[in-house]
Design a protein around this ligand. Structure first.
Ligand code: G4P
Length: 188
């Protein structure tokens, strides 16, 4: 997606050697117009799929998922990283974060993923793929189907895409980073 690639090169920068900061339009301040274009792009890429719902994980996935759900005219639900005490029956998965070196639970109330639904998973970054795999487990536990996985920025030098594809999922990434080297961003 050229608009996104141009924006990454214009406003993104590298920290700690292998982390791309895009806080000015994706992870902190959010460019709503760009999010809308991203939603349209996901709709086009998954046009061959019947999608009943969009699923993501808090926090940075939410803006992307809301816009995608608006374009698709379907509901959106996000997995929570902390189960509220008021939440009833829920689907849960453990996700390992390599970036943070921790395991955490992700949770969605059972009432928001229904058996047989076709779910499009979206997220901001794909690094090692464990967050997306955790989301896919929630969908599977609900006897629903993963229609595909839409990623805004894939770190192509990490193994997330391979992991997801090896697990049988279709992955569509709007921008793929080949490498981050000497504080420079190399896009595919
Ligand atoms: P994985 O989910 O693909 O396995 O990757 P990992 O555990 O390494 O990622 C943990 C968090 O770090 C995720 O966000 C992920 O989106 C983010 N992340 C990974 N690589 C980068 C990067 O190069 N740049 C930025 N900006 N983020 C990256 P999170 O902790 O769930 O954060 P949030 O969604 O609450 O903002």
């Amino acid at each position: 997606m050229q608009l996104l690639k141009d924006r990454i090169l214009k406003d993104g920068y590298v920290v700690s050697g292998n982390i791309l900061k895009v806080d000015s339009f994706l992870n902190h301040q959010i460019d709503g117009r760009l999010m809308k274009e991203i939603g349209i792009e996901f709709k086009n890429r998954f046009a061959d799929q019947k999608i009943d719902k969009v699923l993501t994980i808090e926090a940075s996935g939410i803006a992307i998922a809301v816009m995608t759900s608006m374009v698709l005219d379907v509901p959106m639900v996000f997995a929570k990283k902390k189960k509220p005490s008021t939440m009833g029956d829920a689907y849960t998965a453990v996700v390992h974060s390599f970036t943070k070196g921790i395991d955490y639970d992700i949770t969605v109330a059972k009432e928001f993923i229904n058996e047989g639904e076709n779910i499009l998973i979206v997220d901001d970054f794909l690094a090692n793929g464990h967050a997306a795999l955790g989301l896919a487990k929630l969908v599977k536990d609900a006897n629903a189907n993963v229609a595909g996985i839409g990623i805004v920025i894939e770190k192509g030098f990490q193994n997330g895409s391979k992991l997801l594809k090896d697990n049988g999922f279709r992955v569509e990434s709007l921008a793929i980073i080949d490498k981050l080297e000497d504080n420079k961003i190399y896009l595919k």
